[in-house]
Design a binder for this molecule. Structure first.
Ligand SMILES: Cc1ncc(COP(=O)(O)O)c(C=O)c1O
Length: 441
């Protein structure tokens, strides 16, 4: 397929300024294999984003395609209303077995936004069923939780919300544990983890009897791989317990091995009340997500028709998506994928260390196979690198064949779990070349 002209192009793409996109001879991806994407001009890209952080096991995994094919032949669809289906039952059981927390029941969805939306509604209904007036959702600035109204209202990127106001009531965000740019102008560890303790101040100000839930990505993805200091969750957990506030972890990006644990909250021994899943659950092969809850939440919804969770959509619990997810989980376990993520993560982190000396590299953060390179104009004042130079980095990386995402002045690298040391070396060499060249401008 040749480049399409503006008049000949009809797809309105998400989060994309179509005018800019169409002016720049757009990249149209046409094929994929393993860790590579190929566009319609035959240009190959090393997929350092696992597509949209979801194709973690590589493109076109034979076992997943076969599971999907077989499921289509056995049961292509079944309504989730009133009748159950065998694959959804199996997947829910599997999910209850692979987490170390008390998360026992799964509500299936179609994506990450849906999973967060369902969790928000569950939390609000949970307290209504207990005759409590707790409805406020506290989350973090720079958090990303999705696009539906609740998930968007809980997200912390103000510029993404302004055109869609008025937003639903009862959502507020507090500063994140972003040590590189501490919102309190303090330095770890003498900061006394003020970002965590501030949650208590806000709860008191809002009145604890109105606060339902604290929602957090254990490691913030879109915010720029923000990893909380080790004390953070201990404090958060204590505050949530003290004020009877539910803790919901959004593991849409971090779930299924991305951080080097099956679920990132394991790093801090957290026991969340609700967990949101998506992305890696099906390796991008089928739109599916899940909202998992503890028995404490689940039981509140039993006993009486009026307690039903009146939420759901036609495709929730799709048998084909569930078959794909079961196969992904099988692969993750059988192939020791989590250990591989830890190993490859350490390897790439060591390579990236060499970039630290470059003038425009302000900070490099990583956990497992989740990396951020934060670019600055100068290391001392940490002023974000100007947009023209950021565009130059993005353009050159694409030209030289690596596919990566940016959020403002931060490059996000989330390589597939199956990438080899050679793939990571290749990515490093391109990054080194591009960043060094831009730093001399
Ligand atoms: C942490 C987190 N939550 C929720 C979402 C929304 O997921 P989706 O785009 O599948 O709706 C994303 C997407 O990037 C995410 O990173």
């Amino acid at each position: 397929m040749r480049y399409l002209s503006k008049d000949n192009y009809h797809w309105w793409m998400p989060f994309t300024q179509m005018n800019t996109f169409l002016k720049k001879h757009p990249v149209i991806i046409d094929q994929a294999e393993g860790v590579y994407l190929t566009d319609t001009n035959g240009r190959k890209y090393l997929d350092m984003s696992s597509s949209m952080w979801n194709v973690c096991l590589g493109h076109k995994r034979k076992e997943i395609i076969e599971a999907i094919y077989n499921q289509y032949h056995r049961l292509d669809f079944s309504s989730p209303f009133r009748a159950s289906n065998s694959k959804a039952v199996e997947l829910a059981k599997k999910l209850s077995e692979i987490n170390h927390s008390q998360l026992k029941k799964s509500f299936f969805t179609c994506n990450g936004s849906d999973s967060v939306e369902a969790g928000i509604k569950m939390a609000r209904q949970y307290f209504k069923l207990k005759n409590q007036k707790k409805y406020k959702i506290i989350s973090l600035k720079k958090a990303y939780h999705g696009v539906s109204y609740g998930a968007m209202a809980a997200s912390g990127f103000e510029e993404d919300k302004v055109y869609f106001e008025p937003l639903p009531a009862g959502f507020l965000q507090i500063p994140p544990p972003y040590c590189y740019r501490c919102p309190y102008n303090k330095t770890y560890p003498s900061c006394n983890i003020e970002c965590a303790n501030y949650l208590e101040e806000v709860i008191k100000k809002e009145k604890p009897e109105t606060v339902a839930m604290f929602l957090i990505e254990p490691v913030m993805g879109m915010g720029g791989v923000i990893i909380p200091p080790k004390e953070y969750f201990k404090i958060i957990n204590k505050i949530c317990k003290k004020y009877n506030i539910l803790l919901m972890v959004d593991e849409v990006t971090t779930g299924f091995g991305r951080t080097g644990k099956m679920f990132a909250h394991e790093y801090w021994n957290l026991s969340p009340d609700i967990m949101c899943l998506g992305k890696g659950i099906s390796n991008g092969s089928f739109p599916i997500g899940a909202t998992m809850v503890t028995d404490k939440i689940w039981e509140q919804f039993l006993n009486g028709d009026e307690k039903t969770f009146n939420h759901g959509s036609t495709y929730f619990g799709h048998p084909v998506g569930c078959a794909a997810a079961l196969t992904c989980i099988d692969i993750i376990i059988k192939e020791n994928i989590i250990e591989n993520v830890q190993e490859k993560g350490k390897y790439f982190s060591k390579l990236l260390n060499d970039l630290k000396g470059i003038r425009i590299v302000g900070d490099i953060r990583s956990i497992g196979l989740m990396f951020a390179i934060e670019f600055v104009n100068d290391k001392e004042y940490k002023q974000p690198l100007n947009k023209a130079l950021i565009s130059k980095i993005i353009g050159s990386c694409h030209m030289l064949g690596i596919w990566a995402h940016f959020t403002e002045n931060v490059m996000l690298l989330f390589p597939p779990f199956i990438c080899s040391n050679e793939h990571l070396q290749k990515a490093f060499h391109i990054l080194n070349r591009v960043i060094n060249s831009v730093s001399k401008k």
